[in-house]
Design a protein around this ligand. Structure first.
Ligand code: OAD
Length: 228
């Protein structure tokens, strides 16, 4: 079975109603990264950080996978598919994809601030000050903040290097180390980039750019790959 590796970003969930980060109406236009998504923010004002992620979680409960997520799940009928996502939502899993690696954490999980190995599924959407792990310390969002290590980049690089076909969907490719994954894919491998605002200046070999929304471009590409 041929191996398809997919790198996704916030754009694939935009048509499910979740805001991206850097588009005109993106989250980073209304919130400062250093106020809500860094270890320093957590030290200075944990309530604000919790509130930011509680809002994201509440929105996720109302969101459903869109045709882009569903198309990727369908690819598994003929290919060995691995998804590397920068997204913290669970829309790939809910669409039916079975191999999803989260680079930046998962919104529906929380973890201990004294023992990072203690990770829990959160019931409901709200995490508050005073919610503690079994060792009695405050729980934090299970999110990789700016300035923190990205442990899953190691398996992600291995996946990118082993791809027979590589897809990139809905990411501005501005945040490293995730953005560097495209360069890890061997030169001869066919690559596709689906993004309505894709930067025309990617100097990567064998890259086919599809300037469409994921909900349109992905089902069409998946149909083509399934036929081919
Ligand atoms: P960005 O907001 O940087 O980029 C979103 C991309 O999606 C842009 O290139 C848009 O053109 C594209 N886009 C918008 N609507 C789309 C649609 N319907 N279909 C396809 N593409 C669409 O989001 P990311 O690249 O995911 O990290 O951002 C990377 C990381 O930066 C995030 O994981 C997050 C953020 O800060 C953390 O919070 C650690």
């Amino acid at each position: 079975m041929k191996k398809i590796v997919v790198l996704t970003g916030a754009g694939i969930s935009a048509e499910s109603g979740l805001q991206t980060f850097r588009d005109g109406d993106g989250l980073w236009h209304n919130h400062r990264v250093e106020d809500v998504a860094t270890p320093g923010a957590w030290e200075r004002d944990p309530e604000l950080v919790l509130e930011f992620y509680n809002q994201r979680r509440q929105q996720l409960f109302d969101a459903q996978p869109n045709p882009g997520h569903l198309a990727l799940a369908k690819l598994e009928s003929r290919f060995d598919v691995s998804i590397i996502t920068q997204n913290v939502d669970d829309l790939h899993e809910r669409a039916g994809s079975t191999h999803v690696l989260h680079l930046h954490g998962e919104l529906k999980k929380v973890r201990s601030t004294v023992d990072p190995s203690l990770v829990y599924d959160l019931e409901g959407w709200e995490l508050n000050m005073g919610d503690c792990c079994e060792k009695g310390s405050q729980l934090r969002p299970h999110i990789v903040w700016f300035g923190e290590a990205v442990p899953n980049i190691i398996p992600a690089v291995t996946m990118a290097r082993s791809a027979d076909i590589f897809l990139v969907v809905g990411t501005s490719l501005k945040v490293y180390p995730a953005a560097g994954l495209l360069e890890q894919v061997p030169d001869g491998v066919q690559k596709y980039l689906i993004d309505p605002n894709a930067n025309p200046e990617y100097y990567v070999s064998n890259l086919h750019v599809i300037r469409e929304k994921a909900g349109i471009g992905l089902p069409a590409l998946v149909d083509e790959l399934l036929k081919g």
